[in-house]
Write a protein that binds this ligand. Structure first.
Ligand code: G
Ligand code: G
Ligand code: MN
Ligand code: NA
Length: 255
């Protein structure tokens, strides 16, 4: 309860900020996007990661307020990068509960109207695979609307951890799947994890979905993924999440 009040106050005091982790094409060394990741710049405890506070919000109205804040700030940042001639796609993590809630579509279209110097195709919603399974019909409809009426895209995050069946995947109008970092991390040592990564990549190919590997930490991960035909990647081996003002310099140095 006290913690919740503190989070509410932190929102009012503008203590939250977004870090950005690059998504790259390892074949061309092109940076095509960023994942926005929230941080709490706490006045006494320093920069807090989501693990330290997100769970406190679960099930409260603040959860939705924070998602709305994240969407607005990511779009604002996209406008700034567009103006600076930096064309990127930005993905934000939205809680599954919010996606299923009545006001989500209206909130999102309001935000996109407010930041109309962003091409909706630059904006992506990342939703946990495990969060959509209990109400697939609703989620499918919302995703379809986001795609058809707003022009944004949806990624299924942490793919492989949610046990979605292939027929589910077939009926979800998503554009992208993100292979969960646990499989990528262990794919070098563990043949089962290697097989899972390989399976997800061929699944994505069959369904004509974009696939991004998360948790790419080493050169060996990069090699193994390229051998399997997955060039798009994200992970500490490419870059850690960074504040927005570091992004320009990092890209200049990388490409
Ligand atoms: O940034 P990382 O480093 O610590 O993030 C930890 C977890 O928090 C990840 O599962 C990520 O998806 C989630 N997360 C990060 N930023 C946000 C956000 O803005 N909103 C929501 N709902 N989850 C987020
Ligand atoms: O659940 P989601 O995929 O949104 O979570 C992203 C989280 O994973 C963030 O906390 C981010 O900091 C973290 N992350 C990103 N790349 C790596 C990586 O290469 N290794 C590890 N261990 N964590 C990573
Ligand atoms: Mn994510
Ligand atoms: Na993920």
């Amino acid at each position: 309860q006290r913690q919740l009040a503190a989070i509410k106050q932190a929102m009012e005091r503008d203590e939250f900020c977004l870090y950005y982790q690059p998504k790259v094409d390892m074949q061309s060394d092109r940076v095509f996007g960023m994942e926005a990741l929230i941080r709490w710049n706490h006045p006494t405890n320093g920069m807090l990661s989501p693990a330290a506070f997100l769970h406190q919000l679960a099930g409260t109205e603040l959860e939705l307020a924070l998602d709305t804040w994240v969407i607005g700030h990511a779009l604002q940042q996209l406008e700034l990068w567009n103006e600076a001639g930096l064309k990127l796609q930005v993905g934000v993590n939205i809680s599954p509960k919010h996606i299923k809630s009545a006001g989500f579509f209206a909130d999102l279209s309001d935000a996109l109207r407010r930041y109309d110097r962003v091409d909706p195709r630059q904006f992506q919603i990342e939703v946990l695979e495990s969060g959509v399974l209990d109400d697939l019909a609703t989620v499918s409809q919302v995703i379809q609307n986001c795609r058809d009426k707003l022009g944004i895209s949806i990624a299924l995050d942490d793919f492989g951890t949610g046990y979605s069946s292939l027929s589910h995947l077939r009926h979800l109008p998503i554009q992208t799947i993100k292979i969960d970092q646990s499989f990528v991390r262990d794919m070098i040592e563990d043949p089962s994890d290697h097989a899972i990564v390989e399976g997800v990549i061929s699944l994505a190919r069959a369904f004509k979905l974009e696939v991004i590997a998360e948790g790419v930490e080493t050169e060996r991960h990069k090699q193994a993924l390229l051998e399997l035909g997955c060039a798009k990647a994200q992970g500490y081996g490419i870059a850690r999440p960074m504040p927005a003002d570091k992004v320009h310099g990092w890209i200049r140095n990388y490409q």
